[in-house]
Design a protein around this ligand. Structure first.
Ligand SMILES: [Zn+2]
Length: 210
């Protein structure tokens, strides 16, 4: 039986996914990437008998962060992001908790491993919990995050994807946008449908990036 509570929620007009995660038996959860609609996220948590007790940002882009101030207006919860994206966030979030690679954090009673996966932004992270990988804008099911934006780095993205590609094949991938033909897939499937991830172990990747 799975030990994780994980709920995927489609939010806003840019095909974003936000997530609620926590221990399977618990009254709390963390919201991952509260873009857009704080009311919908809180309502979903309440529906599942949970209270949102933390917010975690996979990176600092507005479509993953936009609902945060509304959420903080409802309850004063701690907010976490990687230190690499903190500079852009800290003006609005002076109490931001800065995460580091390989840190293990307890959110909603669930132990989560933080993987620093720069490339899309300097402080992009993926979150690994109980065989589930929340990938933000680092890895989508059939592509990877853009690396042509300010702060992006295609070489860092190459390294980050190579790191994800060697996780256990039955790891479930939960992306930050609904760009695929399904909302989630096992890493073994993603390796087949995603040329960027498949090529991450070779120099082919940099050619694909353009
Ligand atoms: Zn982004």
């Amino acid at each position: 039986m799975e030990d994780i509570y994980l709920r995927q929620l489609a939010v806003g007009p840019m095909q974003n996914f936000a997530y609620l995660i926590g221990a399977v038996h618990g009254a709390e959860c963390a919201v991952i990437d509260p873009g857009w609609d704080a009311t919908a996220l809180s309502a979903a948590a309440r529906q599942d008998g949970r209270r949102i007790s933390a917010a975690v940002l996979t990176h600092g882009h507005f479509d993953h962060v936009g609902g945060l101030q509304d959420l903080l207006g409802q309850a004063a919860i701690p907010v976490y992001a990687h230190e690499g994206d903190a500079a852009d966030l800290v003006a609005a979030l002076p109490d931001l908790h800065r995460l580091r690679d390989a840190e293990r954090v307890l959110w909603g009673g669930l132990e989560v491993l933080v993987l620093h996966t720069p490339g899309h932004t300097p402080g992009s992270i993926c979150l690994l919990a109980d065989g589930n990988l929340l990938t933000g804008d680092t890895l989508f099911l059939d592509c990877c995050g853009r690396t042509d934006l300010p702060g992006s780095d295609p070489v860092a993205m190459h390294r980050s994807l190579r790191r994800l590609a060697v996780l256990p094949k039955d790891t479930k991938v939960w992306p930050g946008h609904n760009y695929g033909d399904r909302p989630t897939a096992a890493l073994s499937e993603v390796l087949k449908m995603n040329p960027f991830l498949a090529a991450s172990t070779s120099e082919e990747f940099l050619r694909l990036q353009g």
